[in-house]
Ligand binder design. Structure first.
Ligand SMILES: [Zn+2]
Length: 133
């Protein structure tokens, strides 16, 4: 399986809509790119906050931050100040947008996002729930 050990936790709540927040962590493997870790977070029952991802770049020990918007139906690379990922177990640097966009890292990260998007069962379940007409 390309996506392994996906675990989901419900924690805290969103101040603006009082909904609970879900976070998943897992690892993802691509034949030509190796394995990395990811985190994803969303607000239970809410589309408006989208889905926030962190993808680890193992060779540099940094994260790439990517956000999915339901409204736009698209993914966007964001910077360290665009999403609040604190507290994290291991404080690690999140790359700035300029360090990712237009580089091979962006392409690299989106390959993993594709794999997570199509294989993480927690994510699939949430997406499905939010997009049922
Ligand atoms: Zn909210």
């Amino acid at each position: 399986m390309p996506v392994r050990n996906s675990k989901k936790k419900i924690f805290g709540h969103c101040d603006c809509c009082d909904s609970k927040t879900a976070k998943i962590t897992g690892s993802v493997f691509l034949e030509d790119k190796g394995e990395t870790l990811y985190l994803a977070r969303w607000t239970v029952g809410q589309r408006k906050h989208g889905i926030a991802f962190l993808i680890l770049v193992p060779s540099q020990n940094v994260f790439i931050s990517i956000v999915y918007s339901f409204e736009e139906n698209s993914f966007m690379v964001v910077g360290p100040n665009d999403q609040d990922w604190q507290p994290m177990n291991a404080p690690m640097r999140i790359l700035n947008r300029e360090e990712v966009i237009g580089t091979r890292l962006a392409e690299w990260a989106f390959s993993f996002i594709d794999e997570i998007w199509t294989n993480d069962r927690h994510l699939i379940k949430f997406y499905h729930k939010m997009t049922i007409k």
